[in-house]
Design a protein. Structure first.
Lengths: 309, 206
């Protein structure tokens, strides 16, 4: 039950600068919801917070840490979490839609993550190289890759000084043992900022659409200890197989079937050893740098070890 | 999405001599689709393996429908690979392969008991690909290293079991314990196989 008291103190703390309210009053409201109406404590806290926001004539972004938690980028591993980040804007990308005000890459000492800032949220502009305290951003996930969305409740405060950005690059060395579904010549949703892969001509978000062709491999690279899922984009796929997006389209057109492309790719890559370097997105490693391991190997040291055991 | 969240089984590296001794299979859960494991005698479970060797012979041993058997030879022995109508891609590789050729096989261990009660271990392929000699040699060295790691872990477990203090479960190596219960196969056999395999690669490199 001290749990409710703790929440009451947190809420009180958030409003202490704005309105004159007693902790007991906050706790009383929480207890009514939790004890009498059996509302889960998190939901009760949300409701009580809204009550005081209204009373004070404030927006959620005006109070500190409104229900979100301070987090580091490497901790982001599920969608729809409200978190606070202190991060540096590493890159700003060109928004592909009018609904997006800014899009780019954030970094902190633990890694990097994509962010999107909606136009309708009407937030201050972030500049490249700037370090910001971002309160109340929401995590999102798409195909194993996480991002954060800035929204109308997000608080942005520029922080003095620089922030070291961590290297979340992985190196995977092993045999490509499988190519997963969704590899080869695929179609993506043409809607701005969507790019979802179509299933039978349908986008999960936008329904039936005229897709745009793309080429990729979703592969499993296995070193006998772990199986790593690796995504090769069109450029990396061409580097690996010699098949360009244009050639893949021609192959599919000649055969009146897109699956010939995946079959051809599978034949060229499965069973081959690779060294892959690239950033990790969720459970995937994005193949930025790929090297086929076709050189000679030295078993001398192992032989000495085996003989001396 | 939930299906794809399941952890993919790693492809173990094992030489043929050890693979063919892995006659004990087990499941770790009662669920219908629970994965099946073969117990490697160096103390590891294997639901999937990756092997590279020389495809020396292929033969259609099927009666009513095609059922291809391939012999894939590594420096320590022979893997028997069987592919039928449910492995159409692998079957077509075996049908069309020119022997001898280096091939890599990703597949699952399968056991069957013959009329006289011996248990044979074979490999049901998920994929077969023709590869080059460099890939074969890399696999031999990699497999040697993985096998030595397993042998060391097994011997460490044994040493603790036999120590007078009898530190129970100090290393928690449950597959070593399973090997101890199920097999009577000295791991020394597999160390010797590693030495032979490495010597064959070193010899060919000179």
């Amino acid at each position: 039950m001290s749990d409710v008291r703790q929440h009451a103190e947190d809420v009180h703390e958030q409003f202490s600068d704005h309105i004159d309210v007693a902790v007991d009053d906050v706790e009383g409201r929480l207890r009514t919801l939790v004890d009498e109406y059996k509302v889960p404590v998190e939901e009760a806290r949300r409701s009580v917070t809204n009550h005081y926001l209204e009373e004070a004539g404030l927006e959620r972004e005006d109070i500190a840490g409104g229900g979100s938690e301070a987090a580091e980028i490497e901790d982001v591993d599920e969608p729809e979490q409200w978190i606070d980040l202190t991060a540096k804007v590493i890159e700003l990308w060109e928004p592909r839609s009018d609904s997006v005000a800014q899009v780019g890459l954030l970094g902190d000492p633990t890694g990097t993550i994509k962010f999107t800032k909606w136009a309708k949220s009407d937030l201050p502009s972030l500049s490249e190289g700037g370090v910001y305290e971002l309160r109340n951003v929401v995590t999102d996930e798409y195909e194993g890759r996480y991002s954060v969305k800035l929204n109308s409740t997000t608080g942005i405060e520029e922080v003095e000084g620089d922030l070291e950005v961590g290297d979340d690059t992985s190196v995977v060395e092993g045999a490509l043992v499988d190519m997963q579904r969704g590899s080869g010549l695929i179609k993506r949703c043409p809607h701005d900022d969507c790019t979802r892969v179509l299933q039978n001509g349908r986008c999960n978000e936008h329904g039936e659409v005229e897709g745009e062709f793309d080429l990729r491999i979703k592969g499993v690279v296995d070193d006998g200890i772990d199986a790593h899922e690796v995504i090769f984009d069109a450029e990396a796929t061409e580097g690996l197989t010699g098949i360009s997006l244009e050639e893949a389209k021609e192959m599919a057109m000649d055969a009146l079937d897109t699956t010939v492309v995946a079959d051809e790719i599978r034949g060229r890559v499965v069973g081959t050893y690779y060294r892959i370097e690239g950033p990790t997105f969720g459970r995937y490693v994005l193949a930025d740098d790929v090297e086929e391991l076709d050189g000679a190997v030295d078993g001398e040291a192992l032989l000495i070890r085996a003989r001396s055991m | 999405m939930s299906g794809s969240q399941l952890t993919r089984e790693v492809a173990r590296r094992t030489f043929a001599s050890e693979f063919n001794d892995a006659t004990y299979t087990f499941k770790e859960s009662d669920e219908e689709r629970a994965p099946n494991y073969a117990l490697l005698p160096t103390g590891e479970r294997a639901n999937r393996v990756f092997v590279v060797g020389t495809l020396t012979e292929t033969e259609d041993v099927g009666e009513d429908s095609e059922y291809w058997r391939g012999r894939v030879v590594d420096p320590t022995g022979t893997f028997f690979v069987y592919a039928g109508q449910y492995q159409p891609e692998a079957a077509s590789v075996l049908r069309e392969a020119e022997t001898p050729a280096y091939v890599s096989v990703v597949g699952k261990p399968r056991t069957y008991e013959t009329d006289d009660g011996t248990v044979n271990v074979s490999l049901r392929p998920e994929s077969i690909a023709v590869v080059d000699e460099a890939t074969r040699n890399r696999w031999v060295v990699e497999t040697a290293e993985r096998t030595l790691d397993r042998i060391e872990a097994f011997e460490a477990w044994e040493a603790e079991e036999e120590s007078p203090e009898g530190a129970p479960d100090a290393t928690g190596n449950e597959y070593a314990r399973m090997v101890d219960e199920r097999y009577d196969l000295p791991v020394e056999n597999y160390r010797r196989a590693v030495v032979e395999a490495l010597e064959s690669v070193e010899g060919s490199a000179d």
